[in-house]
Structure formats: C-alpha cells, structure tokens
Design a protein around this ligand. Structure first.
Ligand SMILES: NC(=O)c1ccc[n+]([C@@H]2O[C@H](COP(=O)([O-])OP(=O)(O)OC[C@H]3O[C@@H](n4cnc5c(N)ncnc54)[C@H](O)[C@@H]3O)[C@@H](O)[C@H]2O)c1
Length: 402
C-alpha cells in the first residue's frame, strides 16, 4: 500500500526546535544554492494567483526530472487584525515517474524558514563583507527568521527594529534578545535604517506603500547598503520608493514573476535586473567578492562577462517575491532531514489491486445497512445515493424501483 509521509505543524515545530532554527536556515541556504546552480534544468513557471479584495491565494509549482512539488499559500495583510495570520501554507511533493504524491507538509513555518534562507543566500552574494547591522522594518511573523538568516549568512550581531505596531516591535525585541542579538527598538523607520548595513523590509500592507525612501537609503543607511525587500510581493503591493531601484543593482528570483509582483512592477518593462541564480551559478557578478567565502557557483568574477560587480559603495536590492523553486527545495530538504518519528503516514492514494478497477474500492465494502447488493451485501438508500453521486428526492429510489 502506498502511503504519503505527513509533517504537521507541531512536528515541524519540534524538528526546527530540535535542530535549531538558525542551523536549519543555514542548511537550507546551502540547499537553495545547490538547486539555484542547476536552475536551467528545472521546470519553472510564475505562480498562479487568485486575488480577492482581502488578499491572494497562490499555487506555486516546480519540478525536476524526479520530483514535482507545489505550495499552496495565501497572503492576507489584514488578517492579524481579525486574529488570523497573514501567511499560511502547505506543500506537496510527488514522484514525476508516476505522479503519485509522496510527501505532504505544513509550510507556514517552512515558508518563514525558506524566505529567510533565500534572503540569506542573496545577502551572502550581495551584501558588503563585514555587514553587522540589520534594520528590520516590519517585525511580524517573518522577522525573527530573517534576523537568524542574516546572522547565519553574514554574522549580523545588531538589529534595529521598527514596526508601526508597538506589540509586534516588543515581540521581536523579546525574541531577538533571547537569541543573543543586540537590539535597538527604533522610534521610526528612519531611526531603524540609520547606519544599517542591510535593510530588510517585511511589512504587510496591500498597497503601494513607501516604507523605505530614497533619502533613507542614500543618507541614513551605511554606504553600499543591501536592501532585502520581501514584503512587496503582489500586484499593487510594494514597499520601496522606485528611485531606490533606479539607483541600485537589482536582483530577482524569477524575472517574469517579479515584473508582475515585485517592486519591479513600479519600473519600466526594460529596467535591467539579474536573476539570483545567475550569480549563484557564476554567470553574473554579485558584490565584489574579495575575501568572501566561495559559494556553489564560484568563481563568478572570471565568468561574469561584461557585467560590472557592484562595488562597496553601490546599493544592491534583492526584490524578493518568493518563488516556487525555493519551496520545492525546502520540501525535499525537509523530507530528507526530518526523522521518521515526527512523520505520520497518510492513506492519500486510492490504489486498487487492479489499477483499472477503482470501483472495487467501493463495491468490495460492506458499509451499508438494510438493503442487499449483488453478492449478498447490504446497501442502504442513502449509501446508494452517495455511490451514484445522485442528489434530490427519490432519484435512486426511482432507479432501483425501475
Ligand atoms: N518574499 C517572500 O518570499 C515572502 C515570504 C513570506 C512573506 N512575504 C511577505 O512579507 C510580508 C510580511 O509577512 P509576515 O508574515 O511577517 O506578516 P505579518 O502580518 O506577520 O507582519 C507584518 C508586519 O508589518 C507591519 N507593518 C505594516 N505596515 C508597516 C509600515 N508601513 N511600517 C512598519 N511596519 C509595518 C505590521 O504591523 C506587521 O507587524 C507580507 O507582506 C508577506 O506577504 C514575502
């Protein structure tokens, strides 16, 4: 019998707690680098989004020759005010050779981990070496994971945190101090950005907001700041002053999707960007890499063609929207890493002994009470209705009476 391994929320949380969230993000960052380096081999497409007044529900598929996967995820910025989370998710893996699902997992926690890992991967390639101070604008669900990702990738030690919601700020400060960060609870976004080496914007607001202005980046942040913009991820939902992009080197996950969903939606259609995988694979330059530890696709300097690596004073922007390959990598990583005691087996694949006799799964059961069925079993009227997919008064009665 084929079963599907299932990782529920409680077990995912136990796995992360046992392994340590920072170590999980660091390991995931390496797993992402491995998959980004083989990007051209992967089956990729922009996600399918269903927009409504309150938010968006998205399906995000990706595959290689062996494994298919997708994530279901929502984004509803006004949810917390109603007691719900902004983002929830689950994901599935399947075998490409027969299409059978093999793994099902919660992905709300996993999305936070993979988003932090993707940010970390970008920062590893784009932030100035020696970056120690991270400004966090938006201190909701993603924020602690983002901070840990930047510590794992860059050695960040200091956080400057701002959120319009004082309770969210206090929550971040509490968690981050317990995690060993030096935390400055900022009084404004400007205060948060002052002196920062990396700025992560992770606000949730379904509007074209300006969380970060050009002036804040050029005048208040450290020269050569790396901007990790993750909250602008839907049409009509952005965080950055477009002049920041105009004056920066901009990196994206999957250009066709980011043009529609990212900060990039504010820019002309021919505004130049680099896909992050190109840097990982050594086809495009990231920040000048002197003194940086080698990554998967190194050395990118020697194969970077005529594109110029941003120097220490250049602003870099990672315009992140979240891409399916990141979830697919995460699901495969988790499937292979989580110990069996944290998994349950689900009977999710209907699998008759004769692959052409699906009906046998139903007809071989003796669930009904009352009537008789061929072979001596009992079939009640309601069960017969359900079996035949009939609705309405007297339909099966009419049929059986005929
Ligand atoms: N790029 C990606 O891969 C990716 C992945 C996950 C989530 N996201 C996006 O990141 C954002 C944050 O997600 P979350 O789960 O942490 O949401 P959340 O609702 O838990 O937190 C968002 C926080 O932003 C704050 N905020 C809103 N407007 C602000 C402003 N102008 N200035 C300062 N703070 C402000 C809110 O008070 C809230 O605390 C969402 O927009 C989500 O869609 C992107």
């Amino acid at each position: 019998m084929t079963t599907v391994s299932f990782l529920d929320v409680a077990s995912a949380a136990r796995w992360v707690a046992r392994r340590g969230p920072e170590r999980v993000v660091a390991a995931l960052t390496d797993a992402l680098a491995t998959d980004f380096a083989r990007w051209p081999e992967l089956d990729k497409r922009a996600r399918v989004a269903s927009h409504s007044r309150d938010g968006v529900i998205e399906l995000m598929p990706a595959a290689d020759d062996v494994t298919y996967g997708f994530k279901y995820v929502n984004g509803h910025p006004r949810n917390p005010a109603r007691g719900y989370q902004t983002v929830t998710a689950f994901g599935v893996l399947a075998d490409v050779h027969n299409g059978y699902p093999t793994f099902l997992a919660e992905m709300t926690l996993l999305t936070a981990l993979r988003t932090a890992a993707t940010s970390a991967l970008a920062a590893r390639l784009l932030a100035r070496p020696g970056a120690r101070t991270l400004a966090l604008i938006g201190t909701g669900s993603q924020s602690e994971f983002q901070a840990l990702g930047m510590r794992a990738a860059l050695g960040v030690t200091h956080l400057r945190a701002w959120d319009t919601d004082p309770a969210a700020r206090a929550k971040l400060v509490r968690h981050a101090r317990a995690l060993g960060f030096h935390v400055h609870e900022a009084t404004s976004a400007e205060d948060a950005v002052t002196g920062a080496d990396v700025v992560t914007t992770c606000t949730a607001d379904k509007t074209n907001a300006t969380v970060l202005t050009h002036d804040m980046v050029t005048r208040l942040a450290h020269p050569g700041v790396h901007v990790n913009a993750i909250g602008g991820d839907c049409p009509g939902k952005t965080e950055l002053d477009p002049r920041i992009l105009a004056d920066a080197d901009v990196y994206v996950e999957y250009e066709p999707q980011t043009r529609v969903e990212g900060e990039l939606q504010q820019m002309p259609a021919d505004f130049p960007v680099t896909e992050l995988w190109e840097v990982v694979a050594g086809r495009a330059p990231g920040r000048d890499v002197t003194g940086r530890p080698a990554g998967v696709g190194e050395p990118f300097e020697r194969r970077a063609g005529d594109r110029v690596a941003p120097d220490a004073s250049r602003v870099t922007v990672f315009d992140s929207v979240g891409f399916a390959v990141e979830d697919w990598t995460t699901l495969r990583f988790v499937r292979d890493d989580v110990p069996p005691d944290l998994l349950r087996q689900l009977d999710l694949v209907a699998e008759p002994a004769d692959p052409k006799d699906l009906f046998s799964l139903v007809s071989d059961l003796d669930e009904g009470a009352g009537g008789t069925r061929p072979g001596g079993g009992a079939v009640e009227q309601g069960a017969l209705d359900r079996l035949m997919g009939l609705r309405g008064r007297g339909r099966s009665g009419a049929l059986t009476g005929a």
